[in-house]
Design a protein around this ligand. Structure first.
Ligand code: TAP
Length: 453
């Protein structure tokens, strides 16, 4: 059995049967059977089923949000926002089945054109930090393109994915099109990666597991998209609106208790304004309300597990190359609480500046000039997201072009919009989710030639 734990109380929230290889194989069989019908459904009909699914998620927003808040330990206001994004993602891709366009190509002796075909059965493997949101980023374009899916949620947070499967059926998605199996990644995830009848794996999670998935998928030449870790920079120039940058910095790294692949956990601050920035940051960090995820007042919840809290703690050890400068507050146990923490000044070579912490710990690294900022921003194996704060528009664009990352914002700390592509450079992965680009990842281009002479 899987015991699903509520991170804010450490109590058992639910017990479920644990899936294994047999359950994955049965789910792949169901998805294979459902594929021809779903693929052949008239595009307008597939679209209306996806619109109905978006509406069904919106109708059940509160139920899903409470479940997500309790299981993942996130503030209820954030969980509601996530369910809004889930509904918006299905609504966005519901427009796609009728817009999967091809090209006509002039060639000798006939006519050539391209069509987009679905891949078949797609395996979706997702993490515990944004359980249903990240699943929706994969489910919606995969289904819109005519694929059927087997979704494997993280064992720590399977509840909304399982509930979603029921919502999808009720909304008119045919039996077998969406399958969910909760079970350990090393068994169920690996079986999906190895399964000869799974055409593609769409994965979000750690770089380490991503590496093993890429290697495992090579045996069957599976398509793979990987959304992996990050160590993103938040670059604050002296000419920025410092109050705005300092006010936005906490949510950029403490949102979702820092368990966010886009967390701007390296705050690079121009040395001449470091003291002013730190004063403003201190006020912002000390005012973060950490507490019960179901309270409307809470801005930050607990970490996901005791083991994860131990890992995060190991970065806050009072060492000289990463001293603690600011410590917010957090409730005492039970619950996997961790106070928002800022380390400053951090040596760019320190472990806290190099490894993904995936918790509410920010590192502040001073820099000299623009070139220094770019060098430090790129001094990482990751390349997922980042922010640039400056009032100089030309500098903002220069620096944005020079940073090797997939998603950048200027004078903002946001990364994700349904209509814009999301994904990483370097060891943050490959492939893009969201926006029109995601459809490329769930279709093959087929070229057809019709001889006319
Ligand atoms: P992982 O340990 O990588 O787990 C992610 C998913 O992979 C889970 O469903 C896990 O299953 C499964 N898994 C584990 N081992 C597997 C294997 N050998 N084969 C196939 N699947 C396997 O990541 P995590 O600790 O849950 O999440 C944190 C990491 O995810 C961070 O590094 C973070 O940056 C990254 N992340 C990235 C993004 C984007 S969009 N780039 C978004 C969120 C998180 P079980 O957990 O059930 O065993």
């Amino acid at each position: 059995m899987i015991q699903v734990i509520e991170p804010a109380t450490e109590a058992v929230l639910e017990e479920l049967p644990r899936g294994g290889i047999e359950e994955i194989d049965a789910a792949v069989d169901r998805a294979r059977e459902a594929f021809p019908g779903w693929r052949a459904m008239a595009p307008g009909e597939r679209a209306s089923r996806l619109y109905a699914l978006a509406d069904a998620v919106a109708d059940r927003r509160e139920e899903l949000a409470v479940l997500e808040a309790r299981n993942a330990g996130k503030p209820i206001a954030d969980a509601r926002g996530e369910m809004d994004m889930v509904a918006a993602t299905f609504r966005y891709y519901a427009g796609a089945p009728e817009r999967l366009l091809g090209d006509t190509i002039p060639v000798a002796g006939g006519q050539a054109f391209t069509v987009r075909e679905p891949l078949g059965v797609v395996g979706l493997i997702v993490p515990w930090n944004f359980p249903l949101t990240i699943a929706a980023w994969k489910l919606a374009p995969a289904l819109a393109a005519g694929n059927t899916v087997v979704l494997k949620p993280a064992e720590l947070t399977p509840l909304t994915a399982l509930r979603f499967a029921r919502v999808a059926l009720d909304a008119g998605i045919p039996e077998g099109v969406v399958n969910v199996v909760a079970g350990p990644g090393s068994v169920c995830g690996q079986r999906l990666v190895e399964h000869p009848h799974v055409a593609k794996i769409a994965f979000t999670g750690s770089t380490e597991v991503g590496r093993s998935i890429a290697a495992g998928a090579a045996a069957t030449i599976k398509r793979v998209t990987l959304e992996l870790g990050g160590k993103s920079p938040n670059v604050v120039f002296a000419d920025a609106d410092l109050e705005a940058a300092a006010a936005a910095a906490p949510s950029a790294v403490f949102g979702n208790a820092g368990q966010d692949c886009c967390a701007r956990s390296r705050i690079l601050v121009q040395r001449s304004v470091l003291d002013r920035f730190m004063d403003a940051l201190e006020d912002a960090v000390e005012s973060i309300r950490v507490g019960d995820p179901l309270s409307e007042e809470s801005e930050m919840g607990p970490l996901i597990s005791a083991a994860h809290r131990e890992k995060v703690s190991s970065f806050v050890n009072g060492s000289g190359d990463a001293p603690v400068a600011i410590r917010g507050s957090a409730p005492d146990g039970p619950g996997y609480w961790f106070a928002p923490t800022v380390l400053c000044p951090v040596d760019p070579g320190a472990r806290a500046a190099r490894e993904e912490i995936f918790g509410p710990v920010a590192t502040v690294i001073p820099f000299g000039d623009e070139n220094d900022a770019i060098r430090l921003a790129n001094d990482t194996v990751y390349g997922l997201s980042g922010s640039i704060w400056t009032r100089d528009g030309a500098r903002a664009l220069r620096v944005a072009r020079a940073i090797d990352a997939g998603v950048l914002s200027i004078n903002s700390n946001t990364s994700v919009r349904v209509a814009t592509p999301f994904g990483g450079f370097k060891q943050s992965g490959y492939g893009r989710e969201l926006g029109p680009h995601a459809l490329d990842a769930y279709t093959e281009v087929k070229s057809i030639y019709y001889a006319t002479s």
